[in-house]
Design a protein around this ligand. Sequence first.
Ligand code: XMP
Length: 520
Amino acid sequence: MSLDQSLSKILIVDFGSQFTQLIARRIREIGVFSEIISHKKLKINNFDDTIKGIILSGGPLNVYQIKKYSFDKKVLNLNIPVLGICFGHQILSKLNGGKVKQSKHREFGLANIYKKSDSLLTTNFFNKKKLNKVWMSHADQVSKLPKNFNVVASSINSKFAVVENKKKNFYGVQFHPEVTHTQNGKKIISNFIFLICKVKRNWTPKDQRKQLIKQVGNQVGSNKVICALSGGVDSSVVAQLLNKAIGKNLYCIFVNTGLLRKNEEIEVVKTFKKRLKMNLIYVNAEKEFLNKLSNVTDPEKKRKIIGNLFIKIFERYAKKIKDVKFLAQGTLYPDLIESKSVTGSQTSKIKSHHNVGGLPKRMKLKLIEPLKFLFKDEVRKLGLELNLSKDIISRHPFPGPGLAIRMPGLITHEKIKILKEADYYFIQALKDHGLYHKIWQAYAALLPVKTVGVMGDNRTYEYLCLLRAITSEDGMTADFYEFKKSFIQTISNKIVNNIRGINRVVYDVTSKPPSTIELE
Ligand code: XMP
């Protein structure tokens, strides 16, 4: 499985390290394509000459738990350069006749390593004093080097911190060059790729645009494709990519659920239909959604109703376009990486996520997922390369169920109207104060309680508006953003003064966990 059959790449064999995705990203940042494969799936007959180098990742196992990490060792006899990182370094040594044992002194965190001999791998890596600070995270270590291996660098506790077998092009590092704490760590990776594997750069946003347009065009031919467009980053990039590749054979369906942000539907039509000249079908389903949601207060019921109705409407419109063969989705690489479960990570079901890209299986359409080899930051860069505006590319995430899950309790016309205004003022203020891009996601919510206030000489009895603004890497964990008092004061005044229906504003100061980002 690869993006392009002729694209040179570095294959990362994952043994369950928390840093495996980071290795892939570092290589791509350098401008070379990389793919991750679980050690369980690594087979010599999957190999072809596009694989120019192999990286064995770290992992939570130890080399003597052989049953737990199976992998086809024959891949090490293909004359392809290999770099082992941490656990990968230990396996490489062990398989070549070396020994690994529990370290007397475990090393976690920063350690100094000292240069012992020259190596292509460490070209321009050490400082003038021939040392470097690196990030260690291991309890085992190589205790005896295999034959024909040299020591390149040592730390106080790890004699074999960097080793090589020059003839075979095997390299091992006990530390993690992929994490930013390792000083100059990227140099190790780029030396391995450019000096040892001798790969050329092939992975810029421009390369990706050309490749993907060509690939999608070949895959789809003259058939019709439908795509659920939400206006979010991923579906916008998918739609624009297909638009460039197949033009009018792409049919984008945009469903206005009535639970979108203020003016969202106007903006989407303006951008995609008018500016980018896409074949966009605008479906106004406000009434249908609100009817189905009337009297529903349970968060999970809300989510299910919205998800199901969305699919029903999407199917209804898809049927109207005859002879559709493909459904385009914005699946990204992290959704695809099978080896996530190697670490045994569990994600218990907290909320039923509904994504507008959700696949109606009954439709029997073939899937195209042109972004499935890209990380989020790559999708953003590709979007810019495809001429999408910065506004679209750097938008905060917005959940499929929209304002419904930012309005605990009953969903009414009146509450939606109030909430759209409050959210608009908040987001606008963030943009005006240069804060929007410092924050990962921000929104206003309307709580189902009324409180007493006083405006002028009159008593008010109105809703409570909650503001949430968080910083995060990927939405899995989050922290609340620390605003200055003056900003909080300004936005609170603006909301209360301008929106009838809100007389009190509170700021959510919980992180995730224990809270979630959305309220429901
Ligand atoms: P939670 O509330 O689970 O949210 O901490 C994490 C991230 O996911 C977004 N989110 C959704 N996105 N469909 C989506 O496409 C959904 O049903 C959904 N629910 C939550 C949320 O906005 C945040 O960015």
